[in-house]
Structure formats: structure tokens, C-alpha cells
Design a protein around this ligand. Structure first.
Ligand code: WT7
Length: 665
């Protein structure tokens, strides 16, 4: 039995939801009467056309009853950008800081008010409109963590264009595939950025990607907007006298500052239907091809707003900081949309936790008096390694809520976070959610719910989790099974861009009537939910989801490789890591140069974060008589655990000995 931590007085005193009973009562209400619950939040926003009573929610979650659909507040008309900026300025928040921006180098920092942000967004929105971008057009974004990224997202939202951000750590191949899949009209990037002492020339990745989009997928992007970032920040390593020698310039390229020059800071918003698309974001799929998760307008706004308010317990004067990159869903919802919808003040950080030293996070908590700090278990584990002194050097008394996201947090990391970072008096919110869910779906709530180290906790308002066994039977009370949801909350994805079939198949066909997360979960005697990890062929490396088949198909591109199988191996910092087995074609030799070539190939096809930890030679792979690879056995080999269990279904049991013999030392 793990210990239960009750919220401390420090948290409860301030909390807008100060008891477990209150949470339970509100959760019950949110399920019994969604309209009353959500319309209270909807009423805070501006609606050009308010929703019509009776049209609050309609949906079908059952593939046997027809197409899957989810519609919230159908018929209402609004604009998210208007609600995040103009509405807040009108409500007297014009001079409030929206973001404290902190650069990679500690000498680089700035701040921006709501009014100034609105001006910049309007100017850029006008520039996009003048460039021929309109409602429904896709704008791809490949950017570092700078204010222009937020400006660009909100400018898209203002004119009804759909942004598609690609994390600026993806390779040019990955970017090319995503640019062409969504048929992007424009690409927005920066010349480059520093990550620690490493210089990334983003413009070059974009140039390669644009070229590949044209030759490989026959998709041309005619406009590439480039932020000149390198010359305005402190160099953290060697840089040529003229940064412009680092990349080439093409006819399609235009500097951001040239494009916005002379643009008015008044820009009428495009009024959007509740279910009009807001943005799309690619996430890995178990078949390899990325899935363009699509989120829409009204429901996403309500859900982002509510989760932020209750999960982080954000209050008027708080300073909130989410360390996630905007390239992931956490950055979309909890760096941009949700904090701005709540008129919050946030920190936006361009750099890494390790530069110039391993206390950068803690020094920023101290510098900005951060009240809510939201990061990933992989970062916490990496920082734990450097010892407690880095934390103790800084005054972090401002903290009240500590968040975790991306993967299950191991109790050891949880306790370090709780005791050392939070001085034993902050609430930890372990937020379980997905690109697809739009916002938190399982979590603890500061002040209200008790916590157990490693447990995600309880459903957010409007969310009804269910555990199912393999046969689709509902598991009541304590037990473990597939984590599914039996009804839509406002922030759930509506479709996969251009592929509604796949949406229905991936998320709704395994258990008709339910949205299937692809994760397993356990409910304990006290009703806490523990997410146990993926149950499909996906793995989670440092909080980045990827599919084993995606990596396998890259490995087999190498001419010497005949077959590849990838499994996940637990990793002390990354959570999971990639352990790859490769069989070779006749005559090919397994040596260091091949291993090197394969690692490079994966980096260049997918991105550096997908680089395999181990590549092992496999003269044969363990297969069933029907030819299915038995990954269960490969996982044991990866661990060096010879207790492999039943092998009676193996076609050739001898391959297993070879696999153990070939384990790299
Ligand atoms: C997958 C979704 C949602 C933001 C970041 C990842 C895993 C996420 C938790 C958590 C246990 C978690 C799940 C999920 N996951 N948060 N608190 N506890 N597992 O977004 O890339 O769409 O990944 O991340 O496996 O399905 P994503």
C-alpha cells in the first residue's frame, strides 16, 4: 500500500476547490448536467452568436450505430484569438504581462503585455491574409520557443487558418511528410536557435524539407516566413561573423520583419463556427504514418480553460510556468491557449534545464517567483541525478503546485519533486492526457484530492473513465485493464485530418461505444487510477511517443538489413529506450560502422530524440509458426533476463540462445 498524501494547508488555504467532497460533487454534476456545468465557463467568453439551447452536445461513440462524431455548442460562433486577447484587454488586462520570455542564454529575456501581444498578432494576421492565407488553409510552423511562435499560432486562429506545428527537433524527412500530408500553404520558421551550446540551423532543415516535399510528395509550398532570431540573442558558442552564410535564401523566403512592416494592428477576426478546426498536430501512430489530430474551436476553448483553472489552481497574481515545447500538445494547450484564456502570466523558456548549469529551472523559479511549475518526469529524473544542492541554492518558496506530464512518474522521482522541489508543501498534479484528448483527463486537483506517488488520480470534470478487460467487459472496483472513456468531454479530438476512417478504426473500433486511449490502467482500493503504460506497439522515450514499426521501417531501409524488430527497454532517465534487433542480408557484416549508420539513419529520418540506444545483431528473430515476431521474448533479451517463459509456440527455439549470445557487452 502506498502512502496517501493529503494536500497541505499551504495549498488548501488558497485553493478554489478545497475538499475531496467538493471535487466529487462537482464531478458528479459535470456528468449529470454537462450543459449547466460547461455553459458557466462558456458565459465568460465572447460569442458572436451564442449557442442555441438544446444544441449543447451531440455525439456518437458507437461505430455500430454509424459514423463517430462529437459536437459541442453547435451553431455558436466565436473566435479564440479574440477571446484570448481582445476580450482580456477589454476586461482591463491590457497592461498585464502575458509572458516573461527567457532565452537560452540568461542574458536574453523580455516580457510582453496582453495589449502588445494583441498588436503583434493583428499585424501578423494581416500579413498572412495579404499573403493569401484564409479560413481553413494550413500553416505549418517549425519554430523555437520564441514569442513569434505564439504570435503566429494566434494569428492563424484569428483568421481561421489551421496551424500545424512540427516540433523543431524533427528531421527534414519528418517535416516534409507533415508539410505535404496537410498540404501546407505556408511554412513559418526562424533562421536558427541555440539549445544549450548547440546551434540549430532551422532554416536548413526547412529548406531540405521543402525540397523533399516537392520531389517526394509533389507538394510545393510557395512561402516560407523566417524570423531573424540568431542576431538578436547572445551566442552560446561559435558563430560566423555573418550568420547569413549559414543558410541559403530563396525566392519563396521572406523575413518576418519585412512581411509585417507597415501592417495595421487592427485586424477583424474571422468568426468561426464552434466545430470549425482550430489546429492540427501530428502524433505517432502504431502503423508508422503520423496521424494529424484535429481539434476544433468552442469545445477546446472551454476544456483548456477549465483544466488550467482547476488543475493548476491558477489565481489572479500567480506566475505559471510550463516547460514543454510548443511543438507538443502540452505546449499548445498549456503554454498558449489555456493560460491566455485565463488571462494568466506565464514564463516561456527557450533553453534547456542544463545550461549554463544544471540549476537553470530552479534559478528561473526563483527569478520569476513561479507559483505553478509543470514539467516532465524525464526532466525530473535527469535533474535528480545532479544532487540536491542545485535545488537548495534557490529560494523556491513561491511554488504551490507542481505538475508532471508525458509518462507515468516513478515514485522515487515523485518523492524528490515533492520533498525537495516543493519542500513537502506543494500539491503534485500528475496529469494524464494525450494529444488526442486536448487537455488533462486524469489528474489530481490541488487542495481537493489526495495524492499517491505514481498515481494519476481521478477523472477531470466531464470525464468518465472505464476499465475494460480483453473481452470488453467492464471492470468494477479495483482491477486493471484497458483505459477507455465512455463519453466525450469538450476537448476531445474530432477527427484525423483527411482520414476519418482511420480515426474511427484506431480509437473507436476495438471497444464499440468507447474512446480507447491505447493505455492500460489500474484502479486501486481507494479509487485512484494508475496509468500502467501503452498496450499497443508504441513506446514513450522521454515523453515522446513513437511506434516500434516506424523505427523498424527506417532500419530496413539500410540495404544491409533484411529484417528489424524494435522493443522498448526501461531507461533510468528517458523512461523507455529503443532496443533494436537487426537481421542482415547475405554477405553483409555486422560491425561498428553498420551500427553507426543505422543510428544516423533513424536520427535523420525521424529526429534525434528517436535515436536507438542499442542495436543488436540477430541471425534470426523469434517467430511463431505463423511468422509473427514474439516481442515478449525480445524484451527479455533486451533486459538480459533468461527467464523467458513458455516457448512452445516458437518455430525455432534455437534462435533464442543466439540472441542471448549476441547481446552487446
Ligand atoms: C501518451 C500520450 C499529453 C501530453 C504529453 C504526451 C503517456 C502522458 C501521462 C501520465 C502516464 C502518461 C500515455 C499517453 N502519458 N501523460 N501523467 N501518466 N502516462 O502526449 O505524445 O500524445 O502521448 O503519453 O501513454 O497515451 P502524447
Amino acid at each position: 500500500m502506498s502512502r496517501v498524501y493529503q494536500p497541505s494547508d499551504h495549498v488548501v488555504e488558497k485553493s478554489r476547490l478545497s475538499s475531496f467532497d467538493k471535487y466529487k460533487e462537482m464531478h458528479k454534476k459535470s456528468l449529470e448536467d454537462p450543459e449547466t456545468f460547461w455553459s458557466e465557463i462558456a458565459n465568460e467568453f465572447h460569442w458572436q452568436t451564442p449557442y442555441q439551447p438544446g444544441n449543447f452536445l451531440s455525439y456518437n461513440f458507437d461505430v455500430n450505430k454509424g459514423d463517430i462524431f462529437v459536437k459541442w455548442l453547435e451553431g455558436s460562433v466565436t473566435n479564440i484569438c479574440f477571446n484570448l486577447l481582445d476580450r482580456n484587454v477589454r476586461n482591463g488586462h491590457g497592461e498585464k504581462i502575458a509572458y516573461y520570455w527567457e532565452g537560452n542564454h540568461p542574458d536574453d529575456y523580455s516580457r510582453i503585455t496582453y495589449r502588445k501581444l494583441m498588436d503583434l498578432v493583428c499585424q501578423f494576421a494581416n500579413a498572412l491574409r495579404d499573403s493569401g492565407v484564409g479560413k481553413g488553409d494550413r500553416v505549418s510552423i517549425y519554430m523555437p520557443m520564441i514569442l513569434e511562435t505564439v504570435v503566429c499560432m494566434l494569428a492563424c486562429a484569428r483568421i481561421g487558418a489551421v496551424h500545424s506545428i512540427v516540433f523543431a527537433g524533427f528531421s527534414s524527412d519528418s517535416l516534409a511528410e507533415r508539410l505535404s500530408d496537410c498540404k501546407a500553404k505556408v511554412l513559418v520558421t526562424a533562421d536558427g536557435a541555440w539549445r544549450g551550446e548547440k546551434l540549430l540551423i532551422l532554416k536548413n532543415v526547412c529548406d531540405e524539407a521543402l525540397e523533399k516535399a516537392k520531389t517526394k510528395y509533389n507538394h510545393s509550398v510557395d512561402l516560407c516566413i523566417v524570423v531573424a532570431h540568431l542576431n538578436r540573442v547572445t551566442a552560446c558558442g561559435k558563430l560566423p561573423d555573418d550568420v547569413k552564410t549559414l543558410y541559403k535564401w530563396h525566392d519563396r523566403d521572406i523575413w518576418w520583419h519585412d512581411l509585417v512592416e507597415g501592417q495595421s494592428n487592427i485586424c477583424p477576426p474571422e468568426w468561426m463556427d464552434a466545430e470549425d478546426p482550430l489546429f492540427m498536430l501530428y502524433t505517432s501512430g502504431s502503423t508508422g504514418k503520423p496521424k494529424g489530430v484535429l481539434h476544433t474551436t468552442a469545445g477546446y476553448l472551454l476544456y483548456a480553460t477549465a483544466t488550467f483553472r482547476y488543475v493548476f489552481d491558477y489565481q489572479e497574481k500567480d506566475i505559471y510556468w510550463c516547460t514543454a515545447d510548443v511543438g507538443w500538445i502540452t505546449g499548445h494547450t498549456y503554454v498558449v491557449y489555456a493560460p491566455l484564456a485565463n488571462a494568466a502570466t506565464s514564463v516561456m523558456f527557450e533553453g534547456t534545464p542544463f545550461f549554463p548549469d544544471n540549476d537553470r529551472y530552479w534559478s528561473l523559479v526563483d527569478k520569476y517567483n513561479v507559483t505553478q511549475f509543470y514539467t516532465a518526469p524525464t526532466a525530473i529524473r535527469a535533474l535528480t541525478k545532479f544532487g540536491d544542492d542545485y535545488v537548495k541554492r534557490h529560494n523556491m518558496k513561491s511554488l504551490r503546485v507542481l505538475g508532471s506530464v508525458g509518462e507515468p512518474i516513478n515514485p522515487e522521482a515523485w518523492l524528490w519533486y515533492y520533498n525537495l522541489v516543493g519542500s513537502g508543501r506543494c500539491s503534485i498534479v500528475d496529469t494524464f492526457w494525450q494529444t488526442e484528448t486536448g487537455g488533462h483527463v486524469l489528474t489530481s486537483l490541488p487542495g481537493a484530492t489526495p495524492m499517491k506517488p505514481g498515481a494519476a488520480g481521478f477523472p477531470f470534470f466531464g470525464v468518465e473513465p472505464t476499465l475494460l478487460d480483453e473481452n470488453g467487459k467492464v471492470i468494477e472496483g479495483p482491477g486493471e485493464g484497458y483505459l477507455v472513456f465512455s463519453r466525450p468531454w469538450p476537448g476531445i479530438m474530432r477527427t484525423l485530418f483527411g482520414d476519418h476512417e482511420r480515426y474511427q478504426k484506431v480509437y473507436f473500433s476495438k471497444f464499440p461505444g468507447y474512446y480507447c486511449t491505447g493505455d492500460g490502467a489500474r484502479r486501486d482500493e481507494d479509487g485512484f487510477l494508475w496509468v500502467t503504460g501503452r498496450i499497443d506497439d508504441m513506446l514513450n522515450v522521454s515523453g515522446h511517443l513513437m511506434s516500434t514499426s516506424e523505427v523498424e521501417s527506417v532500419l530496413t531501409e539500410e540495404p544491409r538489413v533484411s529484417e528489424a524488430a524494435v522493443v522498448s527497454k526501461p531507461h533510468p532517465i528517458k523512461g523507455e529506450s529503443l532496443y533494436c534487433f537487426v537481421s542482415l542480408n547475405d554477405g553483409a557484416k555486422f560491425d561498428a560502422s553498420l551500427v553507426d549508420a543505422l543510428k544516423k539513419l533513424v536520427r535523420s529520418r525521424i529526429g534525434a530524440f528517436a535515436a536507438p540506444d542499442v542495436i543488436q545483431y540477430a541471425p534470426g528473430l523469434p517467430k511463431t509458426r505463423s511468422g509473427k515476431i514474439m516481442r515478449r521474448i525480445l524484451r527479455k533479451v533486451a533486459l538480459g533476463d533468461t527467464d523467458i517463459g513458455d516457448t512452445s509456440t516458437l518455430a525455432d527455439p534455437a534462435v533464442v540462445d543466439d540472441l542471448f549470445k549476441n547481446r552487446p557487452k
